[in-house]
Structures are given as C-alpha cells and as structure tokens.
Ligand binder design. Structure first.
Ligand code: BES
Ligand code: ZN
Ligand code: ZN
Length: 479
C-alpha cells in the first residue's frame, strides 16, 4: 500500500511534482535560473504539459494542468498523467514523492494523487521472484494549503478500498471459493467496523433461494450469502440503502459451457460486483459516513458437475416466481433475483446492484463505462451519473421500455433466464426487475471490471470499479 500524507515544507533534496497552470512562478523550488528558463520555454514554445528535470540527487517533475471543458475531464486527464509519471518514478526507483499544489488547485492535486496511488497497485502474492518487480514508490506526500487532513484520510481510504476490491477480483477460484469470499468480508468488517453475517448452504436452502441453489448444484463447494451492515447512529437516511453484488467466484457457464476456450479465461472476475460491495462497505465504515448501508453478496461458482441443473429445468425463486432456466451461463440473474427478493424485507430507500452480468454490456459500450438501468427516480439517477463523472466510472443508461419484457416470457414458467439475440444487457435487467418492489438501479460492470490489456491508472486485471463510484454517491447522501 502506498501511504498518502500531508506536510508543510519542501526541501531541495527530495523529488517533487509541481502541479500548476502555464504561468506558474517556478522560484522557491530549488530550480536554477537556467532550469526555470528551460521549463518556461518547454511550456510556452513547445506547448508541453509535462517536463522532467533530473537534478542528479532528485527529480523535479512539472505537470501543467490542462483545463478541459468540464472539471471532471480535467481530473481524469490528471489521473492519467499521474500514471505516466508513475512509470518514471518506478524506472528511477524513487521511494518518496512530494506532490505540490503550486497554485491552489486542490481538487486537481487530489485527482492526480489518486491516479498515482492507484497506479502503484500490484498483485504479487503468487510471485516467488517478486523482489525486482515491486514498485519502488512507498509514500506520497502532499504539500498544499487548501488540502485538509480529512480529505487526505478519505483519499487513502478510497484508494485502499479500491485495491482491496482489485485483489479479491485478481484472486483465482483455487483460493477464493464462495466460503473464502465470505471470510474475506468478515475480515473487512472487523477491520473497518461493520457487521457481517454469513448464511450457509442449509440456511440458503431453508430460505428457498432457488436461484442460488440451482447455480450451485453442479459445484462441489457450497454457496454462501453474505449480509454486511453499516449503521451509524447519525445516519441521514431512515430506510437503508442496499448494495447487492454478484458473487460468482468462477463462471464456466455450467452445462451450457462457455463456447470458446478463451471466453472462460477471465471468469475469476465474475465476483467483481461482490468485491465492489465489500470494498464500498469497508470505505464508508472507515470514513465513518453518516449513512445506513446494507451490502449483500450471494456467492457460488458455476460449474457443470454431477448434479448441475440442466438447461430446461424449472426453478422456483425466493419470491415464489418460476424460471425456465434455458441457459446455465445466464447464472448471474438467478442468484441476483434471489438477493433482490430477499432485501424487500428491509423496505430500502434504494437498491443498487453491481454485476458482471452480460457480454452484451461489453458489446454495447466496451470497457469505458458501466451499463446502467433501473426504476429509481430521475434525481437519484442524475446523482449517480454525476458521481460516475466525478470519479470517471461513467454510467451509460439504457432504455428500459416495456417491449423488452416480452423477450423473457416463457411458455411454461413465469419467465425464462434468456432473452433474444439483441439487447442482452437490457433483457437481463428486465429479468432482475421481476424481483423488486423498491426504487432500484442495476449496474452491469462486465466491461470495466477486468481489463485484459494495458490501461492507465485502472491497470490491467481487476480494476475495483464501483468502489469509488459508490463512495462518492454515498458521501453526497451522508451530508
Ligand atoms: N459472467 C458472464 C458475463 C461476462 C462476460 C462477464 C464477459 C465479464 C466478461 C455471464 O454470466 C454470462 O455468461 N452471460 C451470458 C448470458 C447469455 C448466456 C444470455 C453472456 O453474456 O454471454
Ligand atoms: Zn455466465
Ligand atoms: Zn457470470
């Protein structure tokens, strides 16, 4: 973990990054006149936004803030810029770096620092030869008059929670079974201060969670159903906000086995929604937000073992509705349906589910954002979208017209778990809508949850998507 902390003075022997606009005053940072002239020339004549000065005993990096049309875009450009600086930091084995708010741009400095800290994440648990690979960067220090300790504390928490979610996603199923996943939530609850209850297989069966039991039927490992609750005395909301995360710890497709070998390669990521929910509970509890939140994660692997339910089987769900299960690879909606039905008992103010639910979501918008839909009011939708823009985990809202309901009708059951060839992410959402009686948003994170190619500060592998989004959203509710 990279620690981010605050200090008030800068010495001439430490590596620094100056964040400033074009006409910054570069005196007082230990730069010679020749160096300052060089920097100014680079900025004005060559229109450069990044300059690196190697003073032999230290580096001075200058990052010019490039103001975009929207603040949120400027912040994102700085998170990305930080990722490039991170490469230089690692290359030069720099251990401590001081980020300087040279001209009073606190939100820009925080975005940059966030990008830097998130870039420093690594998953090296399974590398024996990791010495050479460990990033040199240990500590980020911030110098800025208008950046408070509490804001820095919060940034530390959010970065840590995002990295916790990343690690859970990166863990293979050989370690992260449903049982282990629940244990991880228990650890997080102890550390951050929220309660965790885990239902085992017999309890899940007794509760008649037919969807979760069905998906688990082909597996050797038992399912779990985890309930996390953070309820501070000063909560602003009367009724809880419920977060539900898909927790398929591995998705082979079941008997409807995934069609091409490589379509299974990244399926350890199919619990990324659950990881985001755990990470979010961790963050809000640590930051002591004044908001009552319940986190729910139904978890199992999806395998074609001996008793695996066969395509065509009819399953009775937690709310009593029946599903013709045409395709065992559309398993996410089965376990989420039960969870959505179960949480009706809380009379929630709002429910948000996060799930790596459909390949169709990736086909629609790629890895750039989250496919969103739901029944919440416009105000709530707009607040969630605004949070998405703030942290750049953006939402693309799909239509949720009645037409799509037709596509999941079954001749012999109340619905089927498969739509037609088109609008796959929406028909999946329509399936989920049959289990709600409260305002609800569905976030399909199949695109951004796990990246298979090099990226910027989101980095390759599990991204922890959802944690920063939900933290921002809940923070706004808490004050
Ligand atoms: N877990 C997958 C969706 C997925 C695909 C997530 C790629 C991340 C990356 C989901 O359970 C699934 O298999 N969905 C099927 C649904 C289909 C059978 C209706 C899909 O999208 O192909
Ligand atoms: Zn599947
Ligand atoms: Zn899945």
């Amino acid at each position: 973990m990279t620690t981010i902390s605050q200090k008030s003075t800068i010495s001439n022997s430490e590596s620094i990054i100056l964040l400033c606009k074009k006409n910054c005053d570069f005196n007082n940072y230990g730069l010679s006149k020749a160096e300052i002239d060089f920097i100014k020339n680079e900025i004005t004549k060559k229109e450069k936004f990044f300059i690196s000065i190697n003073q032999l005993n230290r580096f001075v990096f200058i990052q010019v803030i490039d103001d975009k049309k929207e603040k949120t875009q400027t912040w994102e450009s700085l998170r990305k810029a930080a990722n490039s600086v991170h490469l230089l930091i690692v290359e030069n084995k720099i251990e401590n770096i001081t980020v300087v708010d040279a001209e009073n741009n606190p939100s820009e400095v925080l975005a940059f620092t966030e990008g830097l800290a998130l870039s420093n994440y690594q998953f090296l648990k399974y590398k024996k030869e990791k010495k050479k690979e460990i990033h040199s960067l240990k500590a980020i220090l911030i110098v800025g008059k208008n950046i408070s300790k509490s804001v820095i504390d919060e940034l530390n928490i959010v970065v840590e929670a995002t990295c916790i979610a990343r690690t859970l996603v990166n863990e293979p199923v050989s370690f992260l079974t449903a049982t282990q996943f629940s244990k991880e939530f228990q650890k997080l609850g102890k550390e951050a201060g929220f309660s965790v209850e885990v239902f085992d297989k017999s309890k899940i069966k007794a509760l008649k969670m037919g969807g979760l039991m069905a998906v688990n039927a082909g597996s050797i490992d038992p399912p779990t159903f985890t309930i996390m609750e953070y309820k501070p005395k000063n909560a602003k909301n009367k009724q809880p906000i419920v977060l539900i995360g898909k927790g398929v710890v591995y998705d082979t497709g079941g008997l409807s086995l995934k069609p091409t070998p490589n379509s299974m390669d990244m399926m350890k990521c199919d619990m990324a929604g659950g990881a985001a929910v755990g990470g979010t509970l961790y963050a809000i509890a640590k930051a002591k937000l004044s908001v009552h939140v319940i986190g729910i994660v139904p978890a199992t692997d999806n395998r074609p073992g001996g008793n695996a339910f066969a395509p065509g089987d009819i399953i009775t769900m937690h709310n009593g509705l029946t599903v013709e299960m045409v395709n065992s690879d559309a398993e996410g909606r089965m376990i989420l349906g039960d969870a959505l039905s179960y949480v009706q008992k809380y009379k929630p103010q709002l429910v948000i589910d996060l799930a790596t639910l459909t390949g169709a979501a990736i086909a629609a918008i790629g890895t750039s954002g989250i496919v969103a839909m739901g029944t919440a009011d416009e105000k709530t939708k707009n607040e969630l979208k605004q949070s998405g823009n703030n942290v750049f985990e953006r939402l693309a809202e799909m239509p949720f017209w009645d037409d799509y309901d037709e596509l999941i009708k079954s001749d012999i059951a109340d619905m089927k778990n498969l739509g037609g060839p088109n609008a796959g992410s929406i028909t999946a959402g329509k399936f989920l809508a049959r289990y709600i009686d409260y305002p609800w948003m569905h976030l399909d994170i199949a695109g951004p949850a796990f990246l298979t190619t090099k990226d910027t500060y989101r980095i390759k592998g599990g991204t922890g998507v959802g944690v920063r989004l939900l933290f921002d959203f809940l923070k706004n509710i808490s004050h």
